[in-house]
Design a protein around this ligand. Sequence first.
Ligand code: SAM
Length: 330
Amino acid sequence: MTEHTGLIDPFGRKIEYVRLSVTDRCNLRCFYCLPKQFKKFEEPEQWLSFEEIERVMGAFARLGVSRVRVTGGEPLVRKNLPYLASCLSKIPGIEDLSLSTNAVHLAKHARELWQAGVTRLNVSLDSLKPQRFKDITGGGNLSKVLDGIMQARKVGFAPIKINMVAMKDVNDDEFDGMVEFCIENGFTLRLIETMPVGDTGRSAIRHYLSLQQVQQQLAKRFNLVPSIMSGGGPARYMRVANSDLRIGFITPMSQHFCDTCNRVRLGVDGMLYLCLGQDHKYDLRHFLRQGVSDSELDAHVIKALSYKPQRHEFNEKPQQVIRFMSMTGG
Ligand code: SAM
């Protein structure tokens, strides 16, 4: 294999992380993510097969990507996901395989996923109040989710990161409670600002809450000290003094972090999205199904990277991203 210098985008950023959406379908309907009646999902013939996913991820790995996060839609609704995970974790060069899930089906799959080589989990959890959780998620069952998270902890996942979208008039009275829940259970908490992705995301912007404000609110109750956390993500971390809890603040709106962007997103249909907040994309499936060789596939990935834009424009052009978050996995 020839020595490579890695995937460098036109702005000098090294791309070493792929978020891999294995389905655009989801068993929940979070009001800020997917419309309730949405039916226009990709059909199975449009999905990349497991073999095609492995080929694309093999290309990324040859080009220096070492970290893959499996996401969706809800990744655990894709059949045989643990099998795919075991294939991905064996790709030479992939050192870190993680999963983002709503945890509805996690209790059933946690052990298999762990055995397949998934080591880190992010779980979406916007509320610890059963009725509110149900309202936010369009019918989700909180106790199933909590069972899933606890089962994952039992089989060895650590850290487990709890992702909470911070929303005014929705869950802004629950930050203290979520901090306590995470301290008690040894989880990491990540707070996320609402983003105008898709019509649903845009209409949820009325609930937007700047995390600068949330941090100030938390600091009244908890002693927050600056911290770091390995994982290469965009969150800025604080630790709650006298505890192991770290809280990540993900602030795409109030303080964007595009200068350090190290990732691209692969849709279930093989479309490579170069930025969460822009429409720049490159259709890898087209070339896969034309029978490209591995070296040709590598060349397509390198070419795709040349289209990566400098930054999102969520604040300047909130109308821009038409696709729903479930297509790219957040
Ligand atoms: N189903 C998986 C899960 O629940 O983690 C993976 C996909 S989900 C789209 C990934 C993350 O995107 C979730 O944490 C979700 O809360 C977040 N998300 C979706 N729409 C969003 C929006 N408009 N603004 C901010 N975060 C959003």
